[in-house]
Design a protein around this ligand. Structure first.
Ligand SMILES: *[C@@H]1O[C@H](CO)[C@@H](O)[C@H](O)[C@H]1NC(C)=O
Ligand SMILES: *[C@@H]1O[C@H](CO)[C@@H](O)[C@H](O)[C@H]1NC(C)=O
Ligand SMILES: *[C@@H]1O[C@H](CO)[C@@H](O)[C@H](O)[C@H]1NC(C)=O
Ligand SMILES: *[C@@H]1O[C@H](CO)[C@@H](O)[C@H](O)[C@H]1NC(C)=O
Ligand SMILES: *[C@@H]1O[C@H](CO)[C@@H](O)[C@H](O)[C@H]1NC(C)=O
Ligand SMILES: *[C@@H]1O[C@H](CO)[C@@H](O)[C@H](O)[C@H]1NC(C)=O
Ligand SMILES: *[C@@H]1O[C@H](CO)[C@@H](O)[C@H](O)[C@H]1NC(C)=O
Ligand SMILES: *[C@@H]1O[C@H](CO)[C@@H](O)[C@H](O)[C@H]1NC(C)=O
Ligand SMILES: *[C@@H]1O[C@H](CO)[C@@H](O)[C@H](O)[C@H]1NC(C)=O
Ligand SMILES: *[C@@H]1O[C@H](CO)[C@@H](O)[C@H](O)[C@H]1NC(C)=O
Ligand SMILES: *[C@@H]1O[C@H](CO)[C@@H](O)[C@H](O)[C@H]1NC(C)=O
Ligand SMILES: *[C@@H]1O[C@H](CO)[C@@H](O)[C@H](O)[C@H]1NC(C)=O
Length: 414
C-alpha cells in the first residue's frame, strides 16, 4: 500500500516538474514527459474502457458516452477528483447492465466508491479490488456475483460500507475481513455461504449495521457479537440458527432493529429484556422455539413500533403494560401458548388505550380465555386488522370494535 501512495505522490511530483520544464524544453520532449505525467490518467481511461468491454448488455445506453472523444471524467457514472482528474466514484446502479467486472478495476487507484448495485454483474469479484486502498464504499448488492468473497478485500482498509446482498456468493466468508476496523455497514444477506455466522464478525467493532439474513445454514449466534457495542441493526433471520441467545448479546444496548426470525432458537427471554434493549423499535422473533413468558419489561422499550413474536412457544398470561408504547403500530403474538384460560386473560388490552397508532393486533391460536374488555377507550382510529380467533375467548361482542372505522380484517371466530 505504501508503494502505491508513493507512486501517486511521484506522479504528482513529476507533473509539477513538467509544468516548470515546459518553459525551458522544446515541445517534442515535453510531449514525452507529459505522457509520463498523465500516466495515472491514462491508466484510468484504459481501466474504464476495459470495464466497458466486459459489459455485454447496456439497455439504457449508459456507456454510449464512454468513448475517447469525451474526457472520461464526463462519462456517465464516472466522477473524478478535481485536483488529480482521477476517477473517485464509479456509480452505475440500476442501469440494467449485464456483464462481469474486469480486473482492471484494481487500477483505478483513486477510487473511493464503487456502486454497481441492481444490475446483472456476473462472475467473480476480482481480487484486484484489494488494491484500492482508498475505497470506502463497495456496493454490489442485487447482482449475480458468483464464487467466494476474495480475501484481498480486507486490504481495502478504509472500507466503511460493504454490501453484497442478493448475489450467488458461496464458500466461507474470509476471516481476513476481521481487519476492516472502519466498517460501519456490512450487508451480505441472501447468498449461499458455508460455515454459519462467523465469530470474527465480533471484531468489526465499528459496525452499526450487520445484515446477514439467509446467508448460511446452521450454527448458533456467536457470543462474540456482544462486542459490537455500536450496533443499531442486527438481521440474522432465516439461517437455521439453533441454541439460546447468549447473554453477551444483551450488551448490545443501542440496538433498534433486532431480527432473529425464522430460525430454531430456544430458551426464554430474560426478565430484563426490554431494559437491556431499551432503544428497540422493531423486534422480529417470529418462527423460533422460544419458551417462557413475554417479559413485562418490553414496556420499557418505549420506542417499539413492531413486535412480531408469533410462531414460538411462549406461554403464560400476558401482563405487559402497553401504556407507554405510544408508537406501537404492529403486534403479533399469534400461534404461541399464551394465556391461562382465566377470566382476566385479555385485560392487558385495556392498557393499549393510548396506543393511538396501532394498526394490527394478532393474538390468534393461543390459550387466551375470558372475555374481551368491554371498553378499550380511544383505541387507535388507524386500526386495520384485529386477528384473535382460535382461542377460548367468550362473552359478548364488545361495542368498541364497531368504532374501529378503518378495520379491514376482523378474524375472531371463537
Ligand atoms: C517517460 O516515458 C518514457 C517513454 O515511455 C520512458 O522512456 C521514461 O523512462 C519515462 N520517464 C519517467 C520519469 O518515468
Ligand atoms: C461519444 O460520446 C458522445 C457523448 O455522448 C456522443 O455524442 C458521440 O456520438 C460518441 N461518439 C461515438 C463515436 O460513439
Ligand atoms: C433496479 O433497476 C431497474 C432498472 O434496471 C429499475 O427499474 C428498478 O427500479 C431498480 N430497483 C431498485 C430496487 O433499485
Ligand atoms: C491494469 O490491470 C490489469 C489487470 O489487473 C493489468 O493487466 C494491466 O497491466 C494494469 N495496468 C495498466 C497500466 O493498465
Ligand atoms: C492479493 O493480496 C496479496 C497480498 O496480500 C497480493 O500478493 C496479491 O497480489 C493480491 N492479489 C491481487 C489479484 O491483487
Ligand atoms: C444455495 O444452496 C442450496 C443448498 O445447498 C441450493 O439448493 C441452492 O440452489 C443454492 N442457491 C444458490 C443461489 O446457489
Ligand atoms: C478478534 O479479536 C480478538 C480479540 O481482540 C483477537 O484475539 C482475534 O485474533 C481477532 N480475530 C481476528 C480474526 O482478527
Ligand atoms: C457486557 O459488557 C460489560 C461491560 O459493558 C462486560 O463487563 C460484560 O462482560 C459483558 N457481558 C458479556 C456477557 O459479554
Ligand atoms: C419499566 O416499565 C415499568 C412498567 O411500565 C415501570 O414501572 C418501570 O419504572 C420501568 N423501568 C424503567 C427503568 O424505566
Ligand atoms: C410448548 O411448550 C409446552 C410446555 O410448556 C410443551 O408441552 C409443548 O410440547 C411445546 N410445544 C411445542 C410445539 O414445542
Ligand atoms: C391514556 O392517557 C391519558 C392522558 O395521558 C391518561 O390519563 C390515561 O390514564 C391513559 N390511559 C391508559 C390506559 O394508559
Ligand atoms: C378519549 O377521547 C375523548 C375525546 O375523543 C377524550 O375526551 C377522552 O378523555 C379520551 N379518553 C382517554 C382515556 O384518553
Amino acid at each position: 500500500m505504501k508503494s502505491h501512495t508513493q507512486k501517486e505522490m511521484d506522479t504528482q511530483l513529476i507533473f509539477l516538474l513538467c509544468i516548470s520544464l515546459l518553459h525551458f524544453r522544446p515541445p517534442a520532449t515535453t510531449a514525452a514527459t507529459a505522457t509520463n505525467a498523465t500516466g495515472g490518467i491514462e491508466t484510468d481511461q484504459i481501466a474504464l474502457l476495459a470495464l466497458k468491454s466486459n459489459i455485454k448488455q447496456d439497455p439504457q445506453g449508459v456507456m454510449g458516452s464512454w468513448n475517447e472523444s469525451l474526457d472520461f471524467c464526463q462519462w456517465q457514472g464516472v466522477t473524478c477528483g478535481l485536483r488529480h482528474r482521477r476517477v473517485t466514484i464509479l456509480d452505475l446502479s440500476s442501469r440494467g447492465l449485464v456483464g462481469s467486472l474486469s480486473p482492471f478495476i484494481g487500477n483505478l487507484s483513486f477510487l473511493e466508491e464503487i456502486i454497481l448495485r441492481n444490475n446483472t454483474i456476473k462472475g467473480e469479484i476480482p481480487p484486484e479490488i484489494g488494491r484500492l486502498f482508498r475505497l470506502q464504499i463497495l456496493w454490489l448488492s442485487y447482482d449475480s456475483l458468483e464464487g467466494e468473497i476474495p480475501a484481498n478485500i480486507s486490504l481495502c482498509s478504509n472500507l466503511v460500507l460493504l454490501s453484497l446482498r442478493n448475489n450467488m456468493l458461496v464458500g466461507k466468508i474470509p476471516i481476513e475481513l476481521a481487519s476492516l476496523s472502519k466498517l460501519k455497514t456490512l450487508i451480505i444477506d441472501f447468498n449461499n455461504f458455508t460455515g454459519g455466522i462467523p465469530p470474527f464478525f465480533g471484531n468489526l467493532t465499528s459496525l452499526k449495521t450487520l445484515s446477514a439474513s439467509s446467508i448460511a445454514f446452521g450454527g448458533s449466534i456467536p457470543d462474540s457479537l456482544g462486542r459490537l457495542e455500536n450496533l443499531l441493526f442486527l438481521f440474522l433471520g432465516g439461517n437455521e440458527l439453533s441454541g439460546m441467545i447468549h447473554p453477551s448479546i444483551y450488551n448490545l444496548s443501542l440496538i433498534t432493529y433486532l431480527s432473529l426470525n425464522d430460525n430454531q432458537l430456544q430458551g426464554s427471554l430474560p426478565q430484563n429484556f426490554g431494559l437491556a434493549f431499551s432503544h428497540l423499535q422493531n423486534l422480529q422473533l417470529w418462527g423460533n422455539q422460544f419458551t417462557g413468558s413475554i417479559p413485562d419489561s418490553i414496556s420499557n422499550a418505549s420506542q417499539l413500533e413492531h413486535i412480531e413474536m408469533q410462531g414460538n412457544n411462549f406461554t403464560g398470561k400476558v401482563s405487559v403494560n402497553f401504556r407507554g408504547l405510544h408508537g406501537l403500530l404492529f403486534i403479533n403474538l399469534a400461534c404461541n401458548n399464551l394465556g391461562s384460560g382465566e377470566a382476566d386473560d385479555m385485560s392487558f388490552l385495556a392498557s393499549m388505550a393510548n396506543c393511538t397508532n396501532l394498526e394490527h393486533l394478532a393474538l390468534s391460536q393461543n390459550q387466551f380465555g375470558g372475555s374481551l374488555p368491554s371498553f378499550v377507550a380511544n383505541f387507535s382510529t388507524q386500526f386495520q386488522q384485529l386477528v384473535i380467533g382460535r382461542n377460548q375467548i367468550s362473552g359478548n361482542f364488545p361495542s368498541w370494535i364497531g368504532t374501529l372505522v378503518n378495520l379491514n380484517v376482523l378474524a375472531m371466530n371463537y
